[in-house]
Design a protein around this ligand. Structure first.
Ligand code: ACO
Length: 323
């Protein structure tokens, strides 16, 4: 069988670091409160003249280099993002132009914090059917642009960044020992829109709007929803959750990460956590965490990875990948 194999991973964080202490100068919050409730210590912020496509391009360059590929090889680009440069065209086509990739397929996926899991699962439909020989799947966000900087309940939670993977078709024997995307589960429940949304848009008020969230309600749904999707993705892949080498969750809140791991009986030592340094970078957080785990030598080729996320929509999902 043909599998979608991850052959390269890259990440990029903008230079500016905003600490909790920095934020406490402008909103009524404290380093202690933010660390205790979320685990976040700092976040990166894109420069005003740095659109999300620039972040995506930097992450993509690193992923291509790691895969031993060049932009000329890329025939599919899927970007998971909620914060595009422009209403249109898609960030994916802007990335295609900036990298100098040839004519191919390029589009964005909008599933907010679940964007990377959705984009990776979508790419599988091309790569594992031999419609793409070299795909870039990118999660890239400038969430700081959506913040209401007077709302302490949200503005402390998010950061900017991008992560990317290269997917190439690889022949497997159809077992769980194959490299590649082995299984996934995607979910959405549009009735929960009010828990997390942006109060602006092209066809409502023509504004960019600000992120609005009922944090404790989102929290309540997160652990239960994510755990169900993880179990479903593991079943789809034919693996046991206990066999996973690394658990690479969307980095929303340390308490959610730990809650899911505990509910599923996953050892804390197997959880990759970047939330302290990156905060919640929405669709970028999973590939950024994967990149960090590979760069520091923890995550190695051949290992079984489990990725999961939940975000606005609500959307959520999980996927199982052997690196
Ligand atoms: N600093 C100080 N106090 C604060 C802050 C802050 N930054 N933010 C909120 N508070 C206050 C509230 O005003 C409230 O005060 P009150 O009791 O006087 O009214 C108090 O803290 C408790 O508020 P809660 O919202 O109940 O606090 P909670 O423990 O739920 O923590 C948080 C809030 C961190 C937002 C938490 O609910 C959370 O992380 N939820 C998940 C949301 C999330 O991660 N969303 C991201 C997208 S979805 C996803 O990725 C899973």
């Amino acid at each position: 069988v043909l599998r979608s194999v991850v052959t390269g991973v890259g990440g990029y964080l903008p230079d500016e670091i905003v600490t909790n202490a920095d934020l406490s100068k402008t909103v009524d919050t404290s380093d202690e409160w933010i660390i205790e409730r979320t685990g976040i210590r700092q976040r990166h912020r894109a420069a005003p003249d740095q659109p999300v496509s620039d972040l995506a391009v930097e992450a993509a360059k690193k992923a291509l280099a790691a895969a031993g590929k060049t932009p000329a090889d890329v025939d599919l680009i899927i970007v998971g993002t909620t914060t595009p440069d422009l209403t249109f065209p898609a960030v994916a086509t802007i990335v295609q132009r900036k990298l100098g990739c040839p004519i191919g397929i390029a589009f964005d996926v909008q599933a907010v914090c679940s964007g990377f899991v959705y984009a990776l699962s979508t790419a599988d439909g091309f790569v594992a059917r031999n419609r793409s020989k070299c795909a870039l799947v990118i999660g890239a966000e400038t969430m700081t642009r959506l913040m209401d900087w007077t709302d302490r309940g949200t503005c402390v939670l998010f950061g900017d960044g991008a992560g990317a993977v290269v997917l190439e078709p690889g022949e497997g024997d159809g077992t769980t020992a194959d490299r590649g995307l082995l299984g996934f589960a995607l979910r959405a429940d549009g009735t929960k829109q009010d828990l997390l949304y942006v109060d602006g848009g092209v066809s409502t008020n023509g504004q960019i709007g600000h992120l609005r969230m009922q944090g404790n309600q989102v929290f309540r749904h997160a652990v239960v929803n994510i755990s169900e999707a993880v179990v479903a993705a593991a079943a789809d892949a034919g693996v046991n959750v206990a066999d996973v080498d690394w658990f690479i969750p969307h980095q929303a809140n340390q308490r959610i990460l730990e809650g899911v791991a505990k509910r599923l009986g996953i050892d804390e030592k197997k959880v990759i956590s970047t939330v302290a340094k990156h905060a919640n970078t929405s669709a970028a957080s999973i590939p950024l965490a994967l990149y960090e785990g590979i760069c520091d030598g923890r995550i190695k080729p051949g290992q079984l990875l489990l990725m999961e996320a939940m975000g606005g929509g609500l959307t959520w999902g999980a996927c199982v990948v052997r690196l």
